[in-house]
Design a protein around this ligand. Structure first.
Ligand code: TYM
Length: 332
């Protein structure tokens, strides 16, 4: 079986629809065909400042949500990054074959550090994509299911794998991005040309999986839509309506064409009202299952510890091989 690896940051109280539709939904599907490793990346989550109590709670909520949407601990390995020390260890090695200029060209770093003020941005934020490469390469992943915003980071992961292999001998699988175009960039409800984002969207622009469905419905009703009144799919001229149609289609399983036909002659308001209902139906059982996992944190932590053990069984031999290739002594 080919292998997949992906990660999500525990930097919010809930995943949003962009995270789910762009990435996590595919994680669930890929369990059927792939040997799957999924990670709550708490090491990444401390690159821009954090509160320890909040972080730990968010890591648990993230894991609970992943189980609730269908990640099956019997078939997939779901774990928290900080429980597998090999991630930091490999990141150091990869950092030493990454060019300073190369890392400086990462657009997410440029955006985020600019927002924080370049003097205040941490070195961890700068080396973030190198840690991400370590995550992926440790598991010899063939494919990495992510949204469009991660494409450049995956390009770096590929470059680092190839570079290490040619400097020190074949060690790492070169991973391919798995980006499903239709839902690779869910946009902000208030600014349909920008991506829906935990860190930069306003609350009104985001639909969280764990928020009150009535609140989601209200946000959808106030979503910025386009001039004209016809419901058609065109991301250039009608980014707002197209985003709503994309979400509607992905959550309901109905094709965009089918939806456009069904709403011919109807108004934006009808579409928005119905989408609010689709979201409610979709999130309600997920919210219930998430709560059930969170009601028993000891059991949740046990599932995660078992995941970390399975992850280490794969990560440790990879790190050992890399250490050997570069002239380090084996870990004792
Ligand atoms: P993160 O936590 O920001 O997002 C998790 C996943 O959600 C996708 N995503 C979106 N997809 C479509 N539309 C959107 N509006 C949207 N917003 C977010 C992201 O592309 C991502 O797939 N650096 C990663 C975490 C990471 C990782 C890894 C991923 C760390 N190590 C190794 C893959 C492999 C991140 O910040 O994701």
């Amino acid at each position: 079986r080919p292998r997949v690896f992906s990660g999500i940051q525990p930097t919010a109280d809930s995943f949003h629809l962009g995270n789910y539709l762009g990435a996590v939904r595919h994680w669930v599907a890929l369990q059927e065909t792939h040997d799957a490793f999924y990670c709550v990346v708490d090491l990444h989550a401390i690159t821009a400042g954090h509160d320890p109590v909040v972080l730990k709670q968010r890591s648990r909520v993230a894991a609970a949500q992943l189980f609730a949407v269908g990640i099956d601990p019997e078939r997939s390995t779901l774990f928290v990054q900080s429980q597998v020390p090999e991630h930091s260890q490999l990141a150091w090695v990869l950092g030493c074959i990454t060019g300073f200029g190369e890392a400086s060209r990462m657009t997410q770093f440029k955006d985020k550090s600019q927002k924080q003020g370049s003097e205040r941005a941490s070195v961890g934020l700068f080396t973030y994509p190198i840690l991400q490469a370590a995550d992926i390469l440790l598991y010899q992943a063939n494919a990495v299911p992510v949204g469009e915003d991660q494409r450049q980071h995956l390009e770096l992961s590929r470059d680092l794998a190839q570079r290490f292999n040619s400097l020190f001998g074949p060690t790492f699988t070169v991973p391919a991005p798995h980006i499903v175009k239709d839902t690779a960039k869910i946009t902000d409800l208030q600014d349909p040309t920008a991506k829906m984002s935990k860190s930069s969207s306003s609350p009104a622009g985001i639909i969280d999986l764990l928020e009150e469905p009535a609140r989601s419905a209200k946000k959808i009703r106030s979503a910025v839509t386009d001039t004209g009144r016809e419901i058609v799919f065109d991301t250039e001229t009608k980014p707002g309506i197209s985003n709503l149609l994309t979400i509607y289609s992905a959550l309901s399983g109905r094709s965009i064409d089918d939806l456009v036909a069904a709403y011919a002659g109807k108004g934006y308001g009808d579409l928005k009202k119905d989408l609010g209902e689709v979201v409610r139906e979709f999130v309600t059982p997920i919210q219930e299952r998430t709560r059930a996992y969170l009601d028993d944190p000891a059991q949740l932590d046990k599932l995660l510890a078992a995941g970390a053990e399975k992850a280490r069984a794969v990560a440790a031999p990879t790190l050992r091989a890399a250490y050997d290739r570069i002239g380090f002594f084996p870990p004792v």
